[in-house]
Design a protein around this ligand. Structure first.
Ligand code: PEP
Ligand code: MN
Length: 314
């Protein structure tokens, strides 16, 4: 819904995005023309903030020249599993450790995470590995628990449209990793990010994690088109998740490389010390050697696209 002229004039940033401007000022890009006529969001737009936003996660900068590697198991399963994953992630060049404590599974009978116990294990894994931690929140209780332990809160694909949760997560002041809804349009995705920013939190990283299409040889279809489209339209960092985007271990590395070539600021990779034994998403998880090899490939690719990736772990 377009904001009315009253709210536009009371907008502290005083940004005009509607048909008040002459048509000659309008950008030719189709999507931005659509926005112009229906300005349901503006804080996320590069038009209101031309410089790239750098999101700081406990000292790690996301969205700068250095590419960001987030890695870890889909779910935190045990102290041994998580500490091994954290050590492999750090040694292989990850900047952030990601592990799920609260898992939203398609089947109600699947492993749904260790909850608060997993958050304590993540804190311990941060101490051991030195990597800041990222974990998903699913409801108000998990937001409060995760905010006490984690350095960045993830909103998953199933909750991108949960505006109450977006506001609750935003209110913690923690940086937010916002995954695209599996059937969300670009505008719905940007509006979800706008909810977080409108709640006073400008530390948002957008994550393309694959969308539903007719294509059934992969779990989802990683929509790389949206990466440069988002980078043009928005100042927020954009990463991809080729693990969920493909659902196939053999396709993760090529699609991670393609993501960086398309201009992504980093990748989120599921990596498990023993993927065959994983309780969640093992079929799309890299093993530690595959992870290490992929990060060094990305480090070789980085300068070609004007980025850096220093593999610090070795
Ligand atoms: C995950 O990151 O493990 C996850 C469940 O992701 P998504 O919400 O993208 O399915
Ligand atoms: Mn997963």
């Amino acid at each position: 819904m377009p904001r009315d002229s009253k709210s536009r004039t009371s907008d502290p940033q005083n940004i005009s995005l509607t048909n008040e401007s002459s048509s000659s000022e309008r950008p030719s890009h189709f999507v931005e023309n659509a926005l112009w006529d229906q300005p349901s969001y503006y804080r996320v737009l590069r038009r209101s903030h031309p410089a790239n936003t750098i999101v700081g996660v406990r000292g790690v900068a996301v969205g700068g020249t250095e590419l960001t590697i987030m890695a870890g198991p889909c779910a935190v399963e045990s102290p041994q599993q998580l500490i091994a994953a954290a050590e492999h992630a750090a040694a292989g060049g990850a900047h952030l450790l990601r592990g799920g404590a609260f898992k939203l599974r398609t089947s109600p009978y699947s492993f749904s995470g260790l909850g608060e116990a997993a958050l304590k294990l993540l804190s311990e894994a941060r101490r051991v590995s030195g990597l800041p931690i990222v974990t998903e929140v699913v409801d108000e209780e998990s937001v409060l628990l995760a905010a006490a332990h984690a350095d960045m809160l993830q909103i998953g694909t199933r909750n991108m449209h949960n505006y109450v949760l977006l506001k609750q997560a935003a209110a913690t002041g923690k940086p937010i990793l916002l995954k695209r809804g599996m059937a969300a349009t670009l505008e719905e995705f940007l509006n979800a990010a706008e909810y977080i920013m409108a709640a006073g939190n400008d530390q948002v990283v957008l994550c393309e994690r694959g969308i539903r299409t007719f294509s059934d040889f992969t779990r989802n279809t990683l929509d790389l088109n949206i990466v440069p489209a988002l980078k043009q339209l928005s100042h927020l960092p954009v990463i991809t998740d080729p693990s969920h985007g493909t659902g196939r271990r053999d396709l993760v590395a090529p699609m991670a490389r393609a993501s960086i070539a398309a201009g992504a600021d980093g990748v989120l990779l599921e990596m498990h010390p023993d993927p065959e034994k994983a309780l969640s998403d093992g079929y799309q998880s890299l093993d530690p050697d595959e992870f290490t090899e992929l990060v060094s490939d990305l480090a070789r690719l980085a300068p070609i696209v004007g980025r850096t990736l220093s593999v610090r772990g070795k």
